[in-house]
Design a protein around this ligand. Structure first.
Ligand code: FMN
Length: 209
């Protein structure tokens, strides 16, 4: 753990469809006892997507966070950084974190990460997460995939990232809520954060192992 008080994670929200995924990850992470800090960065394109996907529309990062069901203690764990602020704490490898998740991740942000472009805070924080050999989870939301996307997935994976598209697990419930919970649980599993939803885990074909 990067901090004795608990896990410190960076959450990037880029301009792919699926703001609901980010909201559920933030809700579950911020409410978890093992998490002490969440550093959130929202791209401009994500704000455009949030205008389409949230009701009421989220036109600012704070407005997106307002959609998260959080008590005061959980909300206090969250710091919002401007995506243009490449001087933010999380732009430096000297800021110890337990890693970063980009959820949802656009094909554009994946391409920038795969090629080390680092033109904004999300890209820079991802780049340093790779260079520091920390956990980087990329929830790429695009379909179908072109050869360009496939090659960028391969490049990012070779650099140490885990590319994790939001694919439903059809065994873990049938509802939208089940999908969001299951996906967020599997993201947090990758940071050794157990949200204790055993009902969403595969139990074996007999249900007893
Ligand atoms: C409503 C909406 C939905 C979008 N959905 C996706 C998507 O699912 N995947 C994707 O790669 N790009 C998607 N885009 C396009 C990206 O937002 C665009 O490529 C943008 O430049 C990405 O910027 P960012 O990676 O800095 O956030 C969408 C755009 C809009 C307006």
């Amino acid at each position: 753990m990067a901090n004795a008080k608990g896990k410190r994670l960076v959450v990037g929200i880029s301009g792919a469809s699926g703001i609901a995924l980010a909201i559920r990850v933030l809700e579950l992470a911020a409410s978890h006892r093992d998490v002490c800090e969440l550093h959130v960065v929202v791209s401009n394109s994500s704000l455009r997507v949030a205008m389409s996907e949230l009701n009421p529309p989220g036109s600012t990062p704070a407005a997106i966070l307002d959609h998260c069901r959080l008590d005061d203690a959980a909300r206090a764990k969250i710091t919002i950084h401007a995506n243009a602020d490449i001087g933010a704490s999380i732009a430096s490898g000297s800021c110890l974190t337990d890693g970063m998740v980009i959820v949802p991740c656009s094909a554009g942000t994946l391409a920038s990460i795969a090629h080390g472009i680092s033109r904004d805070l999300i890209q820079r924080a991802a780049d340093l997460t790779l260079k520091e050999r920390r956990r980087l989870v990329i929830a790429l939301r695009e379909t179908p995939l072109s050869m360009v996307h496939a090659e960028n997935i391969l490049t990012a994976t070779r650099a140490g990232a885990i590319v994790m598209p939001p694919v439903p697990s059809f065994y873990a419930g049938q509802s939208w809520d089940d999908f969001l919970d299951h996906f967020a649980m599997r993201v947090l599993d990758l940071f050794d954060i157990d949200i204790e939803r055993d009902d969403l885990r595969w139990k074996g074909t007999n249900g007893d192992d």
